[in-house]
Design a protein around this ligand. Sequence first.
Ligand SMILES: [Zn+2]
Ligand SMILES: [Zn+2]
Length: 343
Amino acid sequence: MPTSRVLGYAARAVGQPLEPFTFEPPKLGAHDVRVSVTHCGLCHTDIQAIDDYYGITTYPFVPGHEIVGYVSDVGGAVSELREGDRVGVGWQGRSCMKCEWCLQGEEQLCLDIVDSGTWVPFGGFSSSVVVDSRFAYPLPEAMLSEVAAVLMCAGIAVYSPLRSYAKRPAQKIGVIGVGGLGHLALQFAHALDYDITAISSSPRKRQQALAFGADHFISSDDQASLRQAEFGFDLLLCTASGKINWEPLLNTLKKNGTLVVVGFPDVSFNSTDLVAHQLSITGSFLGNRATMREMLSFAQEHGIMPKVELMPMTKVNQAVRKVRENKARYRIVLFNETTDTGR
Ligand SMILES: [Zn+2]
Ligand SMILES: [Zn+2]
């Protein structure tokens, strides 16, 4: 059992910068593992939670849910993991395992989802976390830890809807937003053999979007190109957050087309086209455990590579500022310099 307190970085109140914060190591339940954090990605969701955008944050709040580290302690009922194993942990760190959704293997829809976050009680911007071992995923040996970290949230968030909603190869897909989620969506969609158009508010991202695997690029301010794309896409995957001019975008969907929202943008639109074009609008949240395992091996097999900027955990506020200013290209991963790797 660890005797020392855990060092983390916490927001003390809504929107505050993170401060060093030490706490007692949470006790292990029978199915739990303690994971010494070596890497943790910074996701837009962490910042929205610091700002209590979802209305569920309790303070002091230690964010962080794109975790890679080494198992340092295991509960009595854990059989699949051992001390020293390298694992990845995403947003979901546990589930009730008994509600209708958990019993169907759709744990991301668990009725106890608010209490299932990896950041309950404290997240990965720290030296260690405790999660249910069934949500700690062994990683392909050759996969870099910073790569795996980003896949644990951004990766599963885009892979799962691409798997569920895009059925036929060569289907035409528009990916809205070329950021932390979007740059991975382009890579996964390319590997899945879809015809992909990246749609971004930053025209300067064109080259990079094509390099990530987009076949075409449209600037979301370019009304002429959007009009040309009318009735073009089977599926729109929205990875962006914030304000979006929806009308010209929805017009790019084929009749019977589907918009899947995975970011947290402001959403409003005119119901006329929705009804007359028989559009479907849906959300997609993370993915289940089976899809997580599938995503990790798919990413390894197809060389999916998030573009990562590594920063020491001690610079967490600098990293948060960069994401707030939309300057991260494309994902920041924080690393702990002192974490015992368990080896
Ligand atoms: Zn996330
Ligand atoms: Zn459940």
